[in-house]
Design a protein around this ligand. Structure first.
Ligand code: FPP
Length: 258
């Protein structure tokens, strides 16, 4: 079956997409996929468009990839939509990025509800404009009883801050006696992170040819498989997600064992 998938990868076209999905589902798919969606600005620059045009195109890809991940039976899709460092961008770009969740959910929330998708968010809510937060909180509320794919937006998220806050929380709980020092295991520490309700990602995808983590899920990605592509996020297609999942299916995960 894997040979068949490799042949498909060479001659991928839309006519065999359905077959590839069916074949991919026959082997276990990653339970949690995390994606660093990179390359929107370069996509726009190549077309002499403003950077925000790349973000808008990238938003449409989010819809396509969410649909496919749900169809494949992936449990969690975490998307790095805005980092704690992204506030350094020009105000006009930040303003635009902050409007995207509202536009995305304004357009697609009925479909997500229909498809049993559950929306979640990791990141700090405090700095987000109220229209961004309202759109996300409404989506979280309206999809809270769904039990299909968890679409987890990392928004105003930074992993180092997340870890430092978890450490402070642990110290407080030790001081007040809720937690004893010798009870602090990896699992217990994980429960102090923003991802406490989620499993760690099995597969990390980063687009656009950059090979770095950019402060994304540093603790959670300790044993994840990484898959990088030169493809810019707005050009990322269903076939690319299948390539990543098929590559994952060909990996041997040893978690430090033999
Ligand atoms: C990085 O590309 C991308 C971002 C900082 C934003 C990602 C956001 C989206 C894809 C849309 C999100 C959609 C929703 C629904 C929230 P870049 O701008 O750094 O690209 P560059 O490296 O080519 O400049």
């Amino acid at each position: 079956m894997l040979n068949k998938i490799n042949l498909w990868k060479k001659g991928a076209n839309s006519s065999n997409l359905r077959d590839r999905i069916v074949e991919t589902k026959k082997i276990s798919v990653p339970s949690h996929i995390a994606i660093i969606m990179d390359g929107n600005g370069r996509w726009a620059k190549k077309r002499a468009l403003p950077r925000v045009a790349g973000h808008h195109e990238g938003m449409k890809v989010v819809r396509k990839i969410t649909k496919l991940a749900n169809e494949l039976g992936v449990d969690v899709l975490t998307l790095y939509a805005f980092s704690t460092e992204n506030w350094k961008r020009p105000k006009s770009e930040v303003d635009y990025l902050m409007k995207l969740p509202e536009e995305f959910l304004g357009t697609f929330l009925p479909e997500l509800i229909e498809e049993n998708v559950q929306v979640k968010m990791i990141g700090h809510k405090d700095k987000l404009p109220s229209f961004t937060l309202n759109a996300i909180e409404k989506a979280i509320e309206k999809t809270k009883n769904n039990n299909g794919l968890i679409l987890n937006f990392a928004l105003n998220y930074g992993s180092r801050v997340e870890i430092i806050e978890a450490v402070k929380h642990v110290l407080n709980d030790c001081k007040s006696g809720i937690l004893k020092e010798n009870e602090l295991t990896e699992d217990v520490f994980s429960s102090y992170l923003m991802t406490s309700e989620l499993s760690d990602p099995d597969l990390l995808i980063r687009t656009s040819g950059e090979i770095r983590l950019s402060n994304f899920m540093l603790w959670q990605l300790a044993y994840s498989e990484f898959w990088f592509t030169e493809t810019l996020w707005p050009d990322f297609k269903e076939e690319d997600l299948l390539d990543a999942v098929n590559a994952f299916q060909n990996r041997q995960r040893r978690f430090g064992g033999v």
